[in-house]
Design a protein. Structure first.
Length: 466
């Protein structure tokens, strides 16, 4: 039957030995954890740092726990040493010793001061000392350890993630500022220059806030056990402000690189705009010359007026060249884009004017070509010497090669020549007999018929073979 004492059942010798072995191993583990906590980067950085905000509040509550942990550990070690001393008196402890060991190992036989345990009495008043068990003492150490490691781990995670990255971004900001100065972008003169200045202030402020209040940038994981030893790791670093600044800096870098490319290509692009305007002016000059020719050679024709040169574009091109000389690339870029589009439209307008002015001359050339084509057709058909066709041809030719030329009358003359040619061709086909077998089995009238005569007719008055 099990022995009992004032506090309940008394531990046997074997139970005492097992409990001592377990508590000894537990003490070694607690000591290792406390040493690791003491050397934790977060604790070392928080100790003596100029903190503010949430971090100051949380660390002010957690920092006293470092001393209390070591005090409770010392009490734990003393209690365990006392239990070992009782057990070492004899190999087989008597009843009184087993009762004493049971009280030390399982009961509330450990006396701790209130300052060491950090606890309060049940009535709310501060106690000078209290009796606790070794298990309760371990639970209190675990609670304080969890509170401290939570703050230290969160601060270390933020300090490891943000300050170095902010420093790299500040260095990159310096390079982008140098690039901005090289293309004439300065604060107060260009929005990009103002944005770079504002970004410098934002990054400096962000770094100061991260160093002073790292927990303001820590987001605990929802549902995470913040009181556990691993609670400090159950979360993530809030890098939203840093990420926004990094993206904004990338956008500004791309904008400035566009200005840098503009600086390298400005001469060529300005020369291209000048070339387009020169071609437009040359086209307009050709339009004016063609208009004079049309008025002199074409009768009863409304010729559109030729617009003047693009003087305004020339002035803006000169303004763009001045911006290039003074290195104001941020102002040159939009102006040069506008000039390139306007110069293209000016050249198109000049070409359209030339097309409209020379339309009567193009129509006359078309009628001349049609007349020559119809005459060649008449020669192939062998009817070019027809008196009626000759009369129509001469009439159309006089109209087309005279000045001023009445295009409407000339077009009717060409149409009359074409109609006469079609009528003569149709009459010739009607008068031609059908094919008949000849003496040699061929077709025609013995090889001397009308078809044979047509084969030997001259073309343009010249016999074949000449």
């Amino acid at each position: 039957m099990a022995l009992t004492g004032p506090g309940g059942s008394v531990m046997t010798r074997e139970e005492v030995d097992r409990a001592l072995a377990r508590l000894s191993a537990e003490r070694e583990a607690v000591e290792a954890s406390l040493l690791a906590l003491q050397d934790h980067p977060g604790c070392r950085l928080l100790d003596g740092a100029a903190l503010s905000g949430r971090t100051l509040e949380r660390w002010s509550q957690a920092e006293p726990g470092l001393g209390r942990l070591w005090a409770m550990f010392d009490t734990y070690t003393e209690a365990l040493a006392a239990a070992r001393a009782v057990r070492s008196r004899r190999s087989r402890p008597n009843q009184a010793e087993l009762v004493e060991l049971t009280d030390l190992l399982r009961g509330t036989g450990v006396t701790v001061s209130a300052g060491r345990s950090g606890g309060l009495s049940l009535t709310g008043g501060a106690r000078l000392s209290e009796q606790v068990s070794l298990n309760e003492l371990v639970e209190r150490m675990n609670a304080w350890y969890g509170r401290i490691i939570e703050v230290a781990s969160a601060a270390d995670a933020v300090w490891s993630a943000l300050p170095a990255r902010i420093d790299l971004l500040l260095t990159e900001l310096g390079r982008v500022r140098a690039l901005a100065r090289s293309v004439g972008v300065h604060p107060g003169e260009h929005p990009a220059g103002d944005a770079l200045e504002e970004m410098g202030r934002e990054l400096a402020s962000l770094r100061a806030e991260v160093v002073a209040d790292p927990l303001a940038f820590w987001t605990p994981r929802p549902g995470g056990d913040q009181g556990s030893p691993a609670g400090g790791r159950a979360g993530s670093v809030d890098t939203g402000r840093y990420d926004r600044s990094a993206r904004a800096l990338d956008d500004l870098r791309l904008e400035l690189q566009d200005l840098l490319r503009l600086r390298d290509d400005a001469d060529e692009r300005l020369e291209g705009v000048g070339d387009l305007l020169a071609r437009a002016d040359a086209t307009l000059a050709e339009s004016r010359r063609a208009r004079g020719e049309v008025l002199a050679k074409i009768a009863a024709t409304e010729v559109p007026a030729v617009p003047g040169p693009a003087s305004a574009l020339r002035e803006r091109l000169s303004q763009a060249d001045q911006l290039r000389r003074h290195g104001q690339w941020h102002r040159l870029g939009p102006l040069l884009d506008t000039l390139e589009g306007a110069a293209q439209r000016e050249l198109l307008r000049a070409r359209e004017s030339l097309t409209a002015v020379t339309a009567p001359l193009a129509l006359r050339a078309e009628l001349r070509g049609r007349l020559d084509a119809y005459r060649a057709m008449a020669a192939r058909l062998g009817v070019s010497e027809d008196p009626e066709l000759i009369e129509h041809y001469d009439q159309a030719r006089r109209m087309l090669w005279s000045a001023p030329c009445d295009l409407r009358a000339a077009e009717h003359a060409v149409q009359r020549y074409q109609q006469a040619l079609r009528q003569g061709r149709a009459a010739d086909r009607t008068a031609e007999p059908g094919p008949a077998p000849g003496p040699g089995g061929g077709t025609g009238h013995g090889g001397h018929g009308h078809g044979h005569d047509r084969q030997n007719r001259p073309v343009d008055g010249r016999p074949y073979g000449v």
